[in-house]
Ligand binder design. Structure first.
Ligand code: NDP
Length: 324
């Protein structure tokens, strides 16, 4: 294992694979943290993960990220953030983390090709929307199939929209989508919702929302974009075809935390548990963005959490110089 940094001198010297902070993940949280940490003169490494740039790399136009009055394409926004982090000397490695060891100090992070040592670690691995796993889902993703109403709703003006799910997200998104769609059908596999009562009441009172109970979507079809869906009645077994111009899948998210299991505290759904501000249950390991935040899940909130976590890391490192 390589030697650690020499913190006694003004200009610390570092071994090749040794960093003050290693950020795992490269969505808005990871890049924002990289910008703040490297501007604070911390030797900073971002390991980007299997989808460098994160979820925004798979979206088209982003209209709600402040600072871009005419919108910006998701991949362009992420490229800008990457360049901004690199400008302040953040090292970015496009590799995937396979194993972490938070029991050792410095912490050990292993990728396909290397092992890195970090005095502090920041988890920004995000979450992935749960997929239906049906025919046409991948083909029409970004062409009528969406996993985020806040991001894509305004593109569906005047369309017949369907939303799948019966939780808070599905009901909140369906209500939001009535601002744009001609009508919104909520397709749910049960005959009752798990969403909170207040959201349910709002949806029941909304004349633009119709409920399709006890149904699941089994196939998505179209040409250049989505045109219709097959829905199967779980009570009768019958399948019918519905015309739709947009389909929003809101059946939950899965945090990307499988490699952290047994290393720190996760909640029963797998999200990282924060103890104080952005600190996790392991001292020196911090988290930011969708990996702990199941509620807001916006690019701008993830960026905000990334900033907060980098400030927390900087403070913790300055108070814990012995952690090398
Ligand atoms: P949830 O896990 O709460 O709900 C997922 C919904 O999708 C459930 O109704 C579930 O059905 C359904 N579902 C799951 N898998 C499938 C499938 N393969 N096919 C069809 N349907 C499926 O996720 P949410 O994203 O709605 O919420 C996550 C958390 O975020 C919750 O704690 C929620 O309270 C919170 N939240 C809070 C908000 C607020 O307070 N304003 C807003 C948004 C989220 P079933 O019911 O049958 O299990």
């Amino acid at each position: 294992m390589s030697k650690n940094a020499n913190y006694g001198s003004e200009e610390p010297t570092y071994a090749k694979n040794f960093y003050d902070v290693i950020i795992i993940g490269s969505g808005p949280a990871g890049f924002t943290a990289g910008i703040y940490a490297s501007r604070a003169k911390l030797k900073t490494l971002i390991i980007s993960g299997s989808l460098p740039g994160g979820q925004l790399m798979t979206t088209s136009e982003v209209e709600n990220y402040p600072g871009f009055p005419n919108g910006i394409f998701g991949p362009e926004l992420m490229m800008n953030m990457r360049q901004q982090a690199e400008r302040f000397a953040t090292t970015i490695i496009d590799d995937e983390v396979l194993k972490v060891d938070f029991k050792k100090r410095p912490f050990l992070i292993s990728t396909h090709s290397e092992t890195y040592e970090g005095r502090a670690i920041l988890l920004c691995t995000g979450a992935s929307p749960r997929k239906l796993g049906i025919d046409g889902e991948q083909e029409f993703s970004g062409r009528g199939v969406s996993y985020c109403a806040t991001c894509d709703g305004p593109f569906f003006k005047g369309e017949e929209i369907a939303v799948i799910g019966g939780g808070d997200t599905a009901i909140e998104e369906a209500t939001f989508l009535t601002k744009f769609g001609k009508s919104v059908k909520i397709i749910h596999r049960k005959d009752f919702l798990r969403a909170s009562k207040i959201l349910q009441e709002k949806a029941f009172e909304n004349s633009k929302i119709q409920f399709v109970w006890n149904h699941v979507v089994t196939r998505i079809t179209g040409n250049k974009k989505i045109e219709s869906i097959d829905v199967n009645n779980l009570t009768t077994g019958k399948t019918q075809n519905l015309s739709v111009g947009g389909l929003f899948v809101a059946i939950g998210h899965e945090p990307n935390t499988s490699i952290f299991k047994d290393q720190l505290e996760l909640d029963d759904k797998g999200y990282v548990v924060l103890k104080e501000n952005t600190r996790t249950s392991v001292e020196g390991v911090f988290a930011a963005g969708d990996v702990h935040d199941y509620r807001y899940r916006q690019a701008v909130t993830a960026a905000g959490f990334g900033c907060m976590a980098a400030l927390d890391v900087e403070k913790w490192l300055s108070e814990n110089k012995s952690h090398k």
